[in-house]
Every structure is written in structure tokens, then in C-alpha cells.
Write a protein that binds this ligand. Structure first.
Ligand code: A2P
Length: 269
């Protein structure tokens, strides 16, 4: 029996927590990995929301907020995680294997949901690093394509190999039986790096502000009449990207007050 599962047996699982099994783990770099867990039949969430997760390795486990990267129709739950050497959760989480137990609090929440946006034509999903996770959920949800004609998914990372997760996910989507036809010609992925040579380089804030993004993609400048935005990244990224969207005339909204863009912090475990 694996160490984590052995420990699990010694601690009671509280009522507000699900104890689920890891079904798959994939490491992309020494700092990034994804994993999938079983989905409890009673667990409902909206694509783009986050949930608190932890490990059954202490009487009072450390819980951290994780965006759910899988869409709401999926029968498993996927997460995309950073590995932090001395991170109270991720130093252990990065070692999980299929069959291990992951704890998940029962109540999902978050602002990166389609209901928090006013109707529009084009949806911009702007992320850095693991901030792409909630968008990995939304681009796989048919409802996104019912509400928007076009979806532009953006991820900026320091290094090229940090873009692998979303690049492969979008490539695989074309063959997906549920959303393959929907994404055809309507989902655009724009990736860029800032610290390693790549065909597209620069922070998204710089690329959009000076117009290079629009030149490279052929997309028109952001128009508050038809364009909507979601932002997920570090505190500094959120601040600067929000200011940029406000500069284009968009207004920040929330679940109880839909507007033209919404933000969420990318969580670090
Ligand atoms: P940069 O390399 O120029 O700092 P981090 O790992 O620090 O969160 O950064 C992830 C990516 O987000 C990096 O490519 C980084 O660019 C970029 N980034 C960091 N801060 C901002 C910001 N305020 N606005 C836009 N992009 C940012």
C-alpha cells in the first residue's frame, strides 16, 4: 500500500470534504503537473470555478484553492498545479500517484463563470502560468460556444515548455467528440513567452497595449460592445491586465453584477 493511502486510513474525513482517488498524473516540467481525480456523483460546479483541496496527511490538513481545469460535464476532476519546493501542500501533492487519496471540500465557488459576463460575441481568456487552469475548463464546455461566437485563449509563461499543457489540450480538443466541431474555427490559442526565445514574445499587457497582439492575430482592437474578458494570473498580472481592459472600455463584473470582464487570482499552493 502506498504511504499517502496508509496515512489516510488514520484520519477521519470531515462531513464537508470528499475523499477522492487519483486516477492520472502527468508532469510537464519540474514546476508544473496535472492530475485527475474521481468525481463524486453529488458534486456539481460551473466551468471556471475553484475548490479547496488537500491531502489526508494530518489531523488538520492544509487546504489550498485550486481552479477546476476540467469542464462541468466531465466524469473526472482535473487540476493543473505548480510544484513549490517547500509549499505546505504542493511539496506533498507533487508526489501523488494513481490510487492515492485527495481531499476536496464540497463547495465550489469563483467569479470566472459565464453567468458573470454580459452577453457578447468574442470572449478573451487571459492568463499567465497556472492561471490558465479555469480556462482549460471553459474552453472544453459547450456552453461557452453557445454564448460566444469566438473564444481567444491567451497564456503567457516564462519558458516555452510551460505552454505544453494548454497547447496539447487545445490540439486534442479538435478530435473531441463533444466539442470538436464547436471549437473548429472559433477557438484561437495565443501563447507567448517572456524569458525564452519563442515566435511570440512579451507580456500580454504589452502586446495588446502596443498593438502587436492584434497585428499578429489579425483580430480587431478590443471593443466593449462585443468583447468580453476573463483574467487569471498573479496579483500584479491581474492588476495590470484589468487596467488594460478598462483602458479598452471594459468594466469589471461579478456573479451578482454581470459586466464586461471578471478576474480571479491564480492560486499558488
Ligand atoms: P515576466 O517574465 O516579464 O515577469 P510569474 O511566474 O512571475 O507569475 O510570471 C508568469 C508570466 O507572467 C511571465 O511570463 C511573466 O512575465 C508574466 N507576468 C508577470 N507579471 C505580469 C504582469 N504584471 N502583467 C502581465 N504579465 C505578467
Amino acid at each position: 500500500m502506498h504511504a499517502v493511502a496508509e496515512v489516510a486510513a488514520t484520519f477521519a474525513v470531515p462531513d464537508n470534504v470528499f475523499a477522492e482517488k487519483v486516477v492520472a498524473v502527468e508532469h510537464f516540467t519540474d514546476r508544473l503537473f496535472r492530475f485527475r481525480i474521481t468525481r463524486p456523483a453529488s458534486f456539481r460546479f460551473r466551468s471556471g470555478e475553484f475548490v479547496m483541496i488537500g491531502l489526508p496527511n494530518a489531523q488538520k490538513p492544509v487546504f489550498r484553492a485550486y481552479s477546476i481545469a476540467s469542464p462541468s460535464w466531465d466524469d473526472e476532476i482535473e487540476f493543473f498545479s505548480i510544484k513549490v519546493a517547500n509549499g505546505p501542500l504542493t511539496e506533498h501533492l507533487q508526489k501523488i500517484k494513481p490510487g492515492d487519496t485527495v481531499l476536496m471540500r464540497k463547495k465550489p465557488t469563483g467569479t470566472l463563470v459565464l453567468d458573470a459576463l454580459l452577453p457578447g460575441k468574442r470572449l478573451y481568456l487571459l492568463s499567465t502560468g497556472t492561471g490558465v487552469a479555469p480556462f482549460a475548463s471553459l474552453v472544453r464546455d459547450p456552453e461557452t460556444y453557445e454564448k460566444f461566437e469566438e473564444v481567444v485563449l491567451v497564456q503567457t509563461c516564462r519558458q516555452v515548455d510551460e505552454l505544453t499543457y494548454i497547447t496539447r489540450l487545445v490540439e486534442d480538443l479538435r478530435d473531441d467528440p463533444l466539442v470538436g466541431d464547436l471549437v473548429e474555427g472559433r477557438l484561437k490559442l495565443f501563447t507567448s513567452t517572456t524569458r525564452q526565445t519563442f515566435p511570440r514574445m512579451g507580456r500580454i499587457t504589452d502586446l495588446m497595449t502596443d498593438g502587436r497582439f492584434f497585428e499578429m492575430t489579425g483580430l480587431p482592437r478590443i471593443d466593449p460592445e462585443i468583447d468580453r474578458g476573463m483574467i487569471c494570473g498573479s496579483m500584479a498580472m491581474i492588476k495590470d491586465t484589468s487596467a488594460m481592459l478598462e483602458g479598452f472600455g471594459l468594466v469589471e463584473g461579478a456573479n451578482n453584477k454581470p459586466a464586461t470582464f471578471v478576474v480571479e487570482r491564480a492560486f499558488v499552493g
